[in-house]
Design a protein around this ligand. Structure first.
Ligand SMILES: [Mg+2]
Length: 177
């Protein structure tokens, strides 16, 4: 039987943080860079600006035009030829994101069956063999093999296998063939 892989969307397939920082800077007049957020989150680092963060995330189109990380499309396509691939996104964090996320997935990953899109909250209920996610909280809840996708906020986490790019995901599942 084919094994199954669940893949998170934000900060794994999509460079969500890049757009968040861009719009956060526009709204606050700040000039934060991704590197400034090592082991940090905007939400906890700048509590006085949380309203800006909430507002920009709640715009219905926010998730529609996020950049796809390099090689993600090619490697997910290759994975889908050998594994049952599911996209598991914690859309409950931003309930207004459903339609934009769905359209984004269909645009960039048209080879995936939309029946394999899981719009969820807690990923402890996802019963795939693997989960690729940047969020250690979700990986700890998951009961299969968790793989952490490198992000500025998760650098100190050492309890999961770590992948730093989609090329690295490809090496992880297929070796250097
Ligand atoms: Mg994520």
């Amino acid at each position: 039987m084919r094994k199954s892989i669940a893949i998170d969307m934000d900060e794994v397939l999509a460079d969500t943080l890049k757009k968040v920082i861009l719009q956060f800077n526009e709204r606050t007049g700040m000039s934060i860079k991704k590197e400034d957020l090592l082991e940090k989150k905007l939400r906890t680092e700048y509590p006085e600006h949380v309203n800006h963060l909430n507002e920009l995330l709640l715009e219905r189109s926010f998730f529609r035009d996020l950049e796809v990380f390099p090689d993600a499309i090619r490697v997910v396509k290759r994975l889908s030829e050998h594994y049952d691939v599911f996209i598991a996104t914690a859309a409950m964090d931003v309930p207004t994101s459903f339609d934009a996320k769905y359209a984004w997935l269909q645009e960039h990953f048209p080879f995936l069956d939309p029946q394999h899109f899981i719009f969820c909250g807690y990923k402890g209920i996802v019963a795939t063999d693997y989960l690729i996610d940047d969020n250690p909280r979700q990986l700890r809840a998951f009961k299969g093999k968790g793989i952490i996708f490198d992000a500025v906020h998760n650098q100190s986490i050492t309890e999961f296998d770590r992948v730093t790019s989609w090329q690295d995901v490809e090496r992880y599942f297929f070796g250097d063939e």
